[in-house]
Design a protein around this ligand. Sequence first.
Ligand code: ADP
Ligand code: MG
Length: 591
Amino acid sequence: MSSNPDSPPGTAGPHSKSLASTARRLLGFLKPHRKGFVASVLAYVAAALTEPLIPQLLQVTLDSGFSRQHSFSLWLVPVVLITLFGARGLFGFLGQYLLQWTIGRVVSDLREAMMRALLRADTSVYHDLPGGAAVTKVVSDPQQSLTLMGYASITLLRDGLPALAMLGYLLWTNWQLTLMTLGTLPIMVLALKGVNQRVRRAGTQAYDAQILLGSIVDDVTRAWRLVRSFGAQGYEAQRFGDQARSVRQRTLRQTAASAVSQPISQIITAAGVSGIVMIALYQGRETGATPGTFAAFVAGLLQLMSRVRHLTEVAQNMTNGLIVARGCMDLLDTPPEPDPGHRELHSARGDLALQQVTLQYPGASRPALDQLSLHLPAGQTIALVGASGAGKSTVVNLLQGFAQPDSGHIELDGIPINELTRASLRRQFAVVSQDIVLFDTSIADNIAYAQPRDERRLEAALRDAALWDFVQTLPEGVDTAIGPNGGKLSGGQRQRLAIARALYKEAPIWIFDEATSALDTESERAVQQALAAWAGRKTLIVIAHRLSTIRDADAIHVLGGGRVLESGTHAELLARDGAYAAMVRAQAGED
Ligand code: ADP
Ligand code: MG
């Protein structure tokens, strides 16, 4: 009874798709598992076919059970009844089991498809999704949506099919009366149509409010230290309470809207039934029908009505399920990250060049990079220095193809990087970025991330990152778990772990974006010495604020306002007595 599945204006919100197209796409997910679904339907059909036998037995019992001439053996009563209910129970079980089997598979497929969509999505998706929304969408929503719709399907099968069977039986016994009964149906449909629209609108609002509620929990668990140090528990509790109230109100509105549909249908049903009973009695008096026929008809009619009443819930559950599924489809349809290049580069020499590169972030008032030209020759150690906001990290992102320049060219080994596939471009880089990201796994799994584990390489990476001695003190060594985002490690240890991960990856270009800022002088020197051993074989880009770190670099580029202010070796730049020399003097003053 899903009337007008297309969204009426005002409920569309950020979603562009209609519920009908969502349903069509879900059917696509059902298709590979349709055998289970069809088997489930057949089981429910078999269960439904037993339904009309009950009033029929009632008639036989009443009409011939009490007479002495045509009576049947009494032992038939339990045999027939138990067989009947046994068969009905078995088919009902099979129907439900097979339906859940199907749903389980569809949910898994949908989750995996969404995860793949998330993994290949354009990077903007990670800025735009509210915190925790991706988790809700990928993990909970497919299950919730399919459960709602599965429940609706079960109702449809469990009550719809028996209702049909019963209808056939009623038509067979007394078609005039049955047709009169059907006359009430259009009135019910009309009454429920308006209700359904309100249910749908309220459902969308409740869902969106719930996502925001999740994002507050996400904020609080991520920033728990910050929350406590600001004493913001009360503030967060208040914020959560406000949002929870909004969710509650919207959910209640949704429930109220759908609950109205029940009494409306019941009143209409009651009116219909009383009229029909009156007519049946009148007819019976005229034609002299037996009480058994009358009782069977009324019993059948009441059963039919109770079935139909359940059917009114189907539309509501279907609608809510589709609303949730539409969010899943939105994620599935997130445009993938563009990957227009076709050239594969197995192992680059590591010669990088930026020519006249300009990039302005959306909404920014001035470009982050302004006609920037840089040459980073293969095998050299290049330092990028400059005030924060100068554009250093933007260069790092551009080189890996995480951002696109508005104009200008970027080349790797003389090949424009856009001609390379993203995968083969990114294989060339091992990067320790400014914000350290670690996985909630062991030290070894963090270092050999997504690569085969090799104990010798693991040890070498740990030694080079000045982490080996620390790891030896851990009870489980490299297999020690480090907690969510390395929460069990110190800031310096987290940075060194990220460095070890970069060193483990066999890439020709290494980029260290403020990667040693949290290290003590001793560890930093150890890391530097390890890197120096690779000089000439790796292109090493070092971004550092502590200028002592980079004084031995082959070239130092000072960036400011998205441009190169000056370039040269440490000695050349000191002799020039420009921006670099001023920075060195300022830091010498600090020490
Ligand atoms: P640096 O690493 O040298 O400190 P960045 O390259 O991170 O500087 O940033 C350069 C400029 O671009 C800054 O003004 C910064 O605010 C801006 N910026 C960086 N990332 C973004 C972004 N994702 N969206 C908008 N502006 C950004
Ligand atoms: Mg930066």
